[in-house]
Design a binder for this molecule. Sequence first.
Ligand SMILES: [Zn+2]
Length: 441
Amino acid sequence: MMSIQIEALFTTALGLLPPWHVAKVELDTAKRRIDFEVGHTGKRAACPGCGAEHQLIHDRVRRSWRHLDFFQFEAWLHADVPRIQCSGCGKTTQMTVPWAREGSGFTLLFEALALSLCRELPVSQAANHLRVASKRLWRRIGHYVQAARAKDDMSGVRHVGVDETSVKRGHEYITVVHDLQAKRLLFACPENDHRTLEAFAKDLRAHGGDPEQVEHACIDMSAAYTKGIGQSLPKAQISYDRFHVVALAQSAMDEVRREEIRSSAAAIREAVGTYGKHTLRQLLWGMRKNPAQWTRAQSEAMHWLQRSNLKSARAWRLKQALRLVYREALASNRGDVALAALTKWMGWAKRSRLEPFKRLACTLKAHLGGVVRGMLDGRSNAYVEAMNGLLQQTKRAARGFRSVQNFIAIAYLRMSKLKHLPNNPLVPAIPRDYGRYRHVC
Ligand SMILES: [Zn+2]
């Protein structure tokens, strides 16, 4: 009597409807495991293939599914799943069960929880947590992301940001396209040439968007992307984002410093004098950081650098000055102010007698309109940088299984705000402060 009540209770807890019900519950406290035997009453059922009603159950196939833990107990569902012999279509088909996808060894709720964990934790950690192999999680991420993207709506896309990132250090580049207004990842693919934008335009169309309606594209200064935008997003006005321009100044500075260390090692040693090797090491890092982030040792080394006559010191001042130009432009948010400040900086760079900066000045001049637009659009710039941070996190999350496809799938899962993913089963459907709002409507 007692036992029957418990089984009815679990039938409800698992959300099972007739003819499915929990027939037996086995609790093993030593193994911390709870096993549910799920039964199917009835001799006939509809054919899963063609839908013909009242077909004979031919035989049953034994199957098991891992379910959400019940407290500290690992929960499993087991059932003899009917196979239906159909007089309509002549086939024998295994019945689909309401708690799992066909062919999956996890219940739907377990998969939903696994997916939610993978949005917050590195996949290998989520796998440890759930006590499953991470390979099985990667398969599910792939499946659900694809299904959710198939229903994704991109009809409102007007402003995009295009960027490239390396999946493995220094090689295997992928292109990512962001919606700068909705602040989400729209598209990622393992190439970085002008055809990438063609692939994006096709994907956009497949999701209800229109490449002709994209008004604004924020990109780096690579010729490939500029060409790709012209061909595939013909109405988009291009701007070059701050993140990349400052990165170009950073590499110009690094080039000057490397060259100087290589060609005038003796002069530098003499200039450093008693400061020695330690100072040089502090300089390498200090030059790349913002003054606010300097350690005391870096701060001393940098003060020394600024009093020296080294080319590296001039290069550092130029790089810092470009940062200030951007800050000034952003503060005024006026095209004429930005253009004047940038023109002044380019003049200084051209006269600097530092080859890498002279080249950078030419590059900026050749792209002047887009560079100035990029100086004013503060929101999208900030977003491109924030996205870069998220991509770094995603790289850490994908560690251990860094196939490009896996990386792209986890990037979509975390950064696309997909609306058609399964919900986390542990989040209550009714918000906790429900009571406060219950009389409002
Ligand atoms: Zn049939």
